[in-house]
Structure formats: C-alpha cells, structure tokens
Design a protein around this ligand. Sequence first.
Ligand code: VG1
Ligand code: CO
Length: 543
Amino acid sequence: MHVLVNKTQPFFDQKPGTSGLRKKVKVFQQPHYLENFVQSIFDSVDIPDGATLTLGGDGRFYNRVAIQTIIKMAAANGFARVLVGQSGILSTPAASHIIRKYKTLGGIILSASHNPAGPNEDFGIKYNTANGGPAPEKITEAIFARSKTISQYNISSLADVDIDTIGEISFDGFAVQVINPVTDYADLMAQLFDFNAIKTLFKSSFSMKFDAMHAVTGPYAKEVFINRLGASENCLMNCEVSETFGGGHPDPNLTYAHELVEELYKANAPDFGAASDGDGDRNMILGKKFFVTPSDSLAIIAANANLIPAYGLGLAGVARSMPTSGAVDRVAKKLNIPCYETPTGWKFFGNLMDANKVTLCGEESFGTGSNHVREKDGLWAVLCWLNIIAAKQMSVEAIVKAHWAEYGRNVYSRHDYEAIPTEAANGVMAHIKAQFGTLPNQVLGKYTVSTCDDFSYTDPIDGSVSTGQGIRILFTCGSRIVFRLSGTGTEGATLRIYLEAFEPNIAHHHLDAQVALREMIQIALEISELKQRTGREKPTVIT
Ligand code: VG1
Ligand code: CO
C-alpha cells in the first residue's frame, strides 16, 4: 500500500475539550488540518496487528469527506479493518455500542453534537477507547501534545470507498465493512426494555411526539418506535437526516426544540414528547404541557429503575456531574447505594462504570445514560420513560409530582450566556474567585453563604486529578450557585450559571423555576458583575 508523507503544521490552538475537537467546518477544511488531528490520535494509541477501528458520525456537512480521509489514514496506519456505519452514519451511543460489541480498538466519532451544521457551521471529531467511552484526559492530552510536534501523516492512495452499500470491501491486508448503523443498537434496546409493555402502551390511547431535529436519531427512531414498537408514523417529527440539520440548531431544550414544545403545549397535546440532539446522545422529556428538568429525569429513572428489566436486580450506584442537581442524591440515599459527583463531561463516568461502581449516570445538560454503553444515550432515556409510564400507568406530570412529594423538589435552572468575549468571561470568573475569602458567612437576602470553591475531582479508580471544574457558591440551606465556562463552544466563551434550591414544601412545588429562583438569580448577577462586565442584559438560553 502506498504511503504518502506530507509536511504539515500544527494547527490546534487549544486542547480537545470535553467532547473532542470542535471547530468551524472552514477550519477543518484547511489543508492537513483533519489529517493532523487523526494522525495525532493514531500516534497516541497502540495499534496492534489486526486492529479494527469503528467509524461514523452524525451525518452533518463534511461527514462524508472526513470519513473517506480517515479510512485512507487507517489503512496507512496499520489498522486491518474499519467498521463504518452505512452512509457514514453512527449516532454517538450506537458508535459506543459497536466498539463494545465488536471489541474494536476504538472509534472515531464525527460530530459537533447539538451545534448547527453546514458549510459555515461546526464540525467535530473525537476518539473513543475500547470501553466505548470518550478518551480519558491522559489520551486527549497526549493527542494535543503530539499535534504540536507532528511533522508528517500517513495516508494511503486507496480510491474512495462506497460507504452507501452494506457489505465488505477488501484490499491487500485491509478491509472496510459497511454496517447497518441501526440494527445492533435497536437489538440492544430490545434487550434492556420491556418492549411488550411499551407496545401495549402504544396500542392504547397514549400518544407521543418524537423530534429528531433533522439529525442522526431519525433512522434510529423509525426502527425502534415504528418497526419494533408499533407506534404510528405520525409520532415522528423531523426524522429525515439532513447535512445541515434542516438549518436548525439540534439542541433538545425549550429554546431550540420549540417546534416540539409548541406541540406539547397546544390544546389536545400528546401525552408524551421527546427530542434528541445532533448526534443522538441528549434527550429532552416533556409531558402534556409539562417539562421535565434533566436532573429530575435522572432521579426519576433511578427511583423507578426496578420497573425496567435491565435494572430489575438493582443499581450498583449512580453518578452525576457536579452542576447537575442533587435530586438523584436523595434517591441514592433512600436506595442505600453510592452516589458520585464528577466533573462535567461523560468521560468521567467511564471508569466508574467499568469498575461496576455505578449503573446510571447523568448530567443537567440533557444527558442520561447507563452502563449499557459508555456515552449518554438519548433514545435510551426516552425508552426509560416509556417503560416507566407503561408500568405505572401514570402521566409524566403525575410521575414527577409524586416524585417531588416523596423526595422534595430540587428546583433547578441553568442560564447560558453564549458567545461573549473570552476576556470578559475570564474576568467574570476571576472576579468571583477574588471573593472566595469574603463570601463565606455573608447573608444575601434569604440565603447565607457557607463555602465557595473551584471544584476539583480525584478519580476514585485511577487517582487522576481534574482541577478548575467550576466555581461553587454553597449556601447553608443546601442551595447553591455554580459558575462554569463551557468547553464545547466554537465562538468566544459561553458562561453557564447553574442555580439550585431545595424545596421540601409541597405547597411550593407548583412554582415555575424562574419564579422560585428569582432571588438567587439576582444574587448570581451581583456576585459576578456579569451585566457590567459583558454588557449582556439577559441569558441566551434558559433551561
Ligand atoms: C456541554 C454540557 C456537558 C456535556 C457536553 C457534551 O459541555 O454542559 O454537560 O457533557 O456539552 O455534550 P460544556 O463544556 O459546553 O458545558 V454533547 O451532547 O456535545 O456530546
Ligand atoms: Co450530543
């Protein structure tokens, strides 16, 4: 096989973040840019003889070009085989499953998740290891370090491969196997859930709308909901994958999934609504005129996991990212199982799941999952809710309110300020940190500060330490404010403010979160001087 060696420049100005490298398509289109990153990955992992690489993406613009390049580079870097999803498609959880099921060395997933797609929008690439999960920091740091010194990459002169036809294409010592991207994943779901109970639910008067937001879950939703569970076609919205995601922003939240939200808030709304993001790992859950906060969703799935066949024998433990509300902690306490608090990003859950310390985990950012794969999983979360609804025969709202009545309510909201100048964002964070000495014991309205810190985490399995994971202002009543800079944006900085107040009093459970948190929001703005420093009057997105 012919190997070309090209001189190349290091291009990365930053470490790959919580989810790999995300940049504008135009950046990835620069000569050698993608190749540099892929070679840095291949140089940072041992590729034994006979190794297989899993490859696929969310179908966004540039996916097909990148897939062809990566196949040629895999051939030249000693891989024996590439498993690629048909037409280059693999949702993030499906890719994780393929890596695990076929025991491949790892996988390359092409996605910028919920960020918009198209020639002027975003692209992304990340590496997952043999456990199916995002590469840990040790590897992403090695990739970054390698990208600074790399001076050549290996690429074979193979012609483009037909990735649209299922089957195997063999070359001398190398093969590309094009697989159905949906079948293995749908089979896995059928093993985990009570499909018969969900089928019966769909046969009753129960109605659902699922919004794939023109992104990767469209084909998965068709196979699982329509073909295997017998739901009617009109349950599905926006299930044709388009390279630009229909020009939209496939982020399943109240702002960007407004089409679905409108459906669920109209007269005669369906009983259940759900949406997933660009690469299929996020989920939003709605009831009739009712929104389920992701932190509550995690807690409710944990509390009712015994109703789902895969978790019928109980949970080893649960984990949540630090900014996620403590609702699941209350469930863990009652179930008498451990609850871990990790930094933001799915890669921190991997070690805990591999060591069988946790079964379920989740993030406030619409991510929920379990040890069935090593990524968060949007459709899996939707199936959890369908299974629980089928078993309890209760509405979404009734399930959530019964949960609050039993455990109390962790009132929660996140305010995002997107694309603010990096300097202003850093200034806000520095200004809050400068008050760490004076804030404790201060009385701010009805709240008294107990402690503040910058969250750091020591992995209980491998001892690795991650610092600077978000500023926490904790109050004596158990409420808290968290400030954090996003690691996934591609424009300026995104500052996230996470607000949480515990409300044990059932008489206050009906309150809208923005109303219940009003005073805390004010305190957050005062402590941070956010308006003065960024000139922003209000958040870009409130969830
Ligand atoms: C965001 C979320 C985080 C999530 C990450 C990747 O990161 O807050 O919880 O793990 O996206 O999700 P950040 O650094 O922007 O806050 V996805 O769906 O992009 O893989
Ligand atoms: Co995603």
